[in-house]
Structures are given as C-alpha cells and as structure tokens.
Design a protein around this ligand. Structure first.
Ligand code: APR
Length: 268
C-alpha cells in the first residue's frame, strides 16, 4: 500500500468536512471504461454527439438505447473497487460527502449513503415525453438480453403512463441541464468543506470542473488523486499520482492508524 502524502494526511485528520469529487477514473478499476485519455476511452471509440446528446437521441433512438443497454450491462457486471469501499468506510467515522460525475451506482453499492450525482444515473429511466419514471428492472432484463454488444440497435420501450413517449436513460447528455439542485448541492458542500479530494476526473466538463476552484476560493485544502496530469492539477495543494483503488485505501488506512507520538525512549 503506497504511503499517503503527509500534507494530505494532516489535512484529512484536521478536516471537519470532507468532499470527494469523483469522475470516471474512480470506477476504472472496477472495469468501467473512462471517457478520455486512453485508447479504450468511450469517446475514443464512440461519437459522444451521436450517443450522448439530445440530437443523437432524436436522430437514432434505437442506436442510443442499444448503447445504454450495453453500458447498463457493464455497470451491473462491475463491482465497487477498494477505493469505493474505503470512501464508504471513511464516511462512517468522518463527515465525508461524495459528489460524483459518474452515472454508475458503485458508490452506493459500496455503502456510501450521501452521494450527489451531477450527471444523473444510468440506473434511472424516464419517459422522454411525460417524464414518468420507468422500471429499471425491466431495463436490466433488456440489457441482459442485449448480450453485451455496444452497437446493437434496440427499440426503446414505450412509456406505460402516457403511452406516447419512449423511455430514455436518466443521464445528463451534452447540452442538457444538470438535475435540479444537484450542482447547487455540490457547491454548498464544497463551500463548507475544508478538504476537497478530486479523484479520477480530467476536469474538462463544466460545471463540475468549476468545483475545485470553488474549493480553493473558500480556503479548502484541495488534493488530486489521478495517475495523469489534469486541468485540476494546477489548482491542487497536493497531487498524488496514484489510482483510486490504491490511494484512497492507503489514505483511510493511515487515518485509522494513530500517529506515533514522538515520545522519548525511556529507561535507556
Ligand atoms: N484512478 C484514478 N484516476 C484514473 C484512473 C484510476 N484508476 N484511471 C484513469 N483515471 C483518470 C484519467 O487520468 C482521467 O484524468 O480519470 C480521468 C477520467 O477522465 P474522463 O474520462 O474525462 O472522465 P470524467 O472527467 O469523469 O468525465 C466527465 O464527461 O463525457 C462526460 O458525462 C461524462 O461524467 C463524464 C464527464
């Protein structure tokens, strides 16, 4: 287990309120692909405008629905990694809130109760016309039947309430607004925090990318956990070039290991 940077440990020990901002890198070690910065990134392999935008949905709802069924299958097959688990453990003994850009449910499945989803949830579905929620169990079953192929065209189901609309994923597409109150809740949490940990995000997508700056403006200690440099790195007081599943358990382990007192040797 790699040692946590001492400045971060000190800030974490002193912190009254901690906010952990997570991005796709948080779930990378659970086998869920990130979007950028690697050949296997989703936006290296697929066109975001065709698959994650209102215009793409209008142009070919079957292609979009089939792609999201594939992603639902990836999330269902994934397990929370040691980083998700360590965050949930940490929150049991300290005021730690998670603000995530991720649409997977791995933080919740690891036991995190207080999670703000800025970009919605891939396990929530609603009618594209009347907004009525749609049973995720039916979608999970359809995802299993779609046999894990990303480019399958599958007709989205009809809304059972209004019967005229078709069902869409409950995620935020490019050009759409964030869920009502989500960003406000994230800003409020960061404004109260004295430690903000930024894990696994390239810091490219707004408004989420503004949160580390808000943290600096309120005087919080900002630390980044990411194996690569990002747009946030220059803002951080501490940059830990490590991964979520290595670094977060190492930090939490250190926090739970009482600091050795500099007590002088006695009896010598
Ligand atoms: N641990 C920590 N960080 C990692 C790991 C890991 N194991 N693996 C990769 N990373 C880092 C990468 O270095 C990169 O900086 O995670 C980051 C992933 O960046 P993106 O793929 O851009 O993901 P994210 O920043 O979450 O994207 C934001 O863009 O497409 C939209 O809505 C989508 O929420 C997403 C948003």
């Amino acid at each position: 287990m790699r040692d946590a940077p001492s400045d971060l440990v000190e800030a974490a020990r002193a912190a009254r309120r901690v906010v952990v901002l997570t991005g796709a890198g948080m779930s990378a070690e659970s086998g869920i692909p990130t979007f950028r910065g690697t050949r296997s990134g989703l936006w290296e392999r697929f066109d975001p405008m065709a698959l994650a935008s209102p215009s793409g949905w209008a142009a070919d709802p079957e292609l979009v629905w089939g792609w999201y069924l594939w992603r639902v299958g990836l999330v269902r097959a994934a397990q929370p990694n040691a980083g998700h688990v360590a965050l949930a453990q940490w929150a049991r003994s300290a005021p730690v809130r998670v603000v995530t850009q991720n649409v997977d449910d791995l933080h919740e499945r690891a036991g995190s109760a207080d999670v703000v989803h800025l970009h919605g949830s891939i396990m929530a579905f609603r009618c594209s016309e009347c907004g009525a929620p749609y049973d995720s169990g039916l979608v999970v079953a359809a995802a299993a039947a779609a046999s894990g192929r990303p480019a399958l065209q599958v007709a989205p189901p009809r809304c059972r309430e209004c019967t005229s609309g078709v069902v869409r994923p409950g995620v935020v597409w490019f050009g759409e607004s964030l869920p009502l109150g989500a960003f406000e809740a994230a800003v409020a949490a960061v404004e109260e925090a004295d430690l903000v940990l930024v894990v696994g995000t390239s810091g490219l997508v707004h408004p989420a990318a503004q949160l580390p700056m808000v943290a600096r403006q309120v005087g919080a200690f900002v630390a980044e956990i990411n194996p690569e440099p990002t747009q946030t790195s220059g803002l951080a007081h501490e940059v830990w070039r490590s991964t979520a599943a290595s670094a977060i358990p190492a930090l939490v382990h250190t926090l739970w290991t009482p600091p050795c007192k500099d007590t002088p040797l006695e009896g010598f």
